[in-house]
Design a protein around this ligand. Structure first.
Ligand SMILES: O=C(CO)[C@H](O)[C@H](O)COP(=O)(O)O
Length: 213
């Protein structure tokens, strides 16, 4: 299981400093939606410049204007960019086309998509699908991602799955037992930890143990 470090609700310099502390324990770097909204794609550019060897995910959560926004992210150095699964399919088609042209990847965020919509999205075989419990669902309703939603949709082993939303060291075991995503997206459990390097290292150990099973 890869670890995607989600960087949210902080300044770009802070994001770079924090990533430096945990860089050996994480695989992918997510420039969070909050950074892109606050600082624009400069946040993507600066993170990629600071960590050129890492896969950088621009969590832009596109819902319209797919071609323009995806070109902007890939020009800034992103390796992966996100589009919402609830978008019109024509938007997702545009994102897929841009990603193919740049030889980059699309992550489709399944937040609030119906089962019907999810089934329709499964045709995007090259995409990564992100099962996502939102910040508001976490903070207003106390939910977190234990991977127990719509797991059957991902029965095809060729489908690449990611999971996000309040993942902790306590919940990651349940997530693996259910959804078993290829990518665990972890934000606050590392970025808000008293010792982020220690927290990231513990997640890495869990993910490595899992790979040996
Ligand atoms: O996409 C996001 C918010 O919309 C976050 O990146 C995702 O929720 C991971 O962060 P955390 O572990 O703090 O929930």
């Amino acid at each position: 299981m890869k670890i995607q470090l989600a960087l949210d609700r902080m300044e770009i310099a802070e994001a770079i400093e924090l990533t430096r502390k945990v860089t050996d324990s994480i695989d992918w770097i997510e420039v969070g939606t909050s950074l892109i909204k606050e600082f624009g794609v400069a946040s993507v550019r600066e993170l990629k410049q600071a960590f050129p060897a890492k896969t950088v995910v621009a969590d832009i959560k596109t819902i319209d204007n797919g071609r323009y926004e995806f070109e902007m992210c890939f020009e800034a150095g992103a390796d992966v960019a996100t589009v919402m699964g609830v978008s019109p399919l024509v938007t997702i088609d545009a994102c897929m086309e841009v990603a193919r042209r740049y030889n980059k990847k699309v992550m489709i965020d399944l937040l609030n998509t119906s089962s019907e919509q999810k089934s329709a999205l499964m045709k995007y075989k090259e995409a990564i699908f992100c099962d996502h419990v939102s910040k508001d669902e976490q903070e207003e309703a106390g939910s977190l991602n234990r991977g127990d939603k719509d797991g059957q949709l991902f029965d095809d082993p060729a489908i690449q799955v990611a999971a996000a939303g309040g993942i902790t060291l306590e919940s990651i075991g349940a997530l693996r037992a259910t959804l078993n995503p290829a990518v665990a997206i972890i934000g606050s459990a590392i970025t808000k930890a008293e010792n982020p390097a220690e927290a990231a290292d513990k997640f890495k150990q869990v993910c490595q143990q899992e790979e040996l099973v």
